[in-house]
Ligand binder design. Structure first.
Ligand SMILES: [Fe+2]
Length: 314
């Protein structure tokens, strides 16, 4: 495997405090370090971090980090990038320190800043301590989760796919029937990268993190609901990776999918498929209350006997 997992995400956010609160108290990540340059590192497992929040007005993905398992594979990816005409640059010592990796190269394709690295900093001596009680994130060889990449220009769609497959070693998992969204894997996680050619204001549509227990997901749903986090898609199960999940709006406007129970794939027998619908059931999109009257109506409903019961404790 040239690239073996989605290692980290760098997010440029305008409200770092709101993000840290959301990441720890809703998602259950650990804020492990507040660096001098303003970066807030969020942890999900033994890795130093999986998400880095950088103070920036972008409210977008700044970079995506693809992990290679060893230097041999890392060097092979570099050779393949050059062969495909991708001009990468070597990370500076400051960037290596910021990313907490041994070595890294970076390149840009259609506004997507991709980083390929080897040697993440791991801290087995400091057990992961979640921001709220959860059983934990399903990472390990499956990596951080998955990420929805939105190229800046629709005409670059095939180029992004080419770089993922020919240079980074991703394999096709499946596609929507219209081919607008294509899904790729680089380890047993059914998909680690989704490439979309739908027009988007941001370079990231959403990222997905998987929990070890369905109860972690259910509790997050309650917490998000109570704290007024915008649930953009209610609970549902995806047709391709069989993930039971729901989607929330992050403080940066793009989405986060919070899931459990995703199936894994084995390249020895995986058959590429296409599908008309993204979900077997659920994942409905509630209307967002835009006006004060709509918000008032929601408040009235929640206070009425018809409202769903508020969990007494968690
Ligand atoms: Fe997803």
């Amino acid at each position: 495997m040239p690239v073996s997992q989605l290692g980290y995400l760098g997010l440029g956010v305008s409200d770092v405090d709101a993000w840290e609160e959301f990441a720890t108290n809703v998602l259950g990540m650990e804020a492990i370090e507040h660096a001098e340059d303003g970066t807030v590192y969020l942890r999900m497992d033994e890795h130093h971090h999986r998400v880095a929040l950088a103070p920036s007005g972008a409210d977008d993905m700044l970079y995506v980090g693809w992990q290679t398992p060893n230097r041999e594979q890392y060097e092979e990816v570099k050779v393949k990038l050059l062969a495909a005409g991708v001009e990468y640059s070597q990370a500076t010592p400051e960037e290596l320190a910021n990313r907490h990796v041994s070595d890294m190269v970076k390149f840009e394709v259609s506004g997507l800043n991709m980083e390929v690295y080897v040697g993440p900093h791991v801290l087995f001596e400091r057990p992961f301590s979640p921001g709220r009680p959860i059983t934990g994130f399903k990472t390990g060889e499956l990596g951080l989760g998955h990420v929805g990449l939105a190229p800046e220009r629709a005409e670059d769609f095939e180029r992004v796919v080419q770089i993922l497959t020919e240079c980074l070693g991703f394999k096709p998992s499946d596609a929507g029937a219209d081919g607008v969204e294509r899904f790729f894997h680089c380890n047993p996680r059914e998909h680690t990268a989704v490439v979309s050619n739908r027009p988007s204001a941001k370079h990231i549509g959403h990222f997905m993190i998987e929990l070890n227990s369905i109860d972690d997901v259910g509790r997050a749903y309650d917490i998000a609901d109570e704290q007024g986090v915008w649930i953009t898609q209610r609970l549902g199960r995806h047709t391709n990776d069989h993930m039971i999940s729901f989607y929330m709006e992050t403080p940066s406007g793009f989405g986060v999918e919070y899931g459990w129970g995703g199936r894994t794939v084995d390249d020895a027998n995986w058959q590429v498929t296409k599908h008309d619908r993204f979900s077997m059931w659920g994942h409905r999109r509630p209307e967002k209350p835009e006006t004060e009257e709509e918000r008032e109506a929601v408040r009235k409903f929640l206070a009425s006997p018809n409202a769903p019961p508020t969990p007494a404790s968690r």
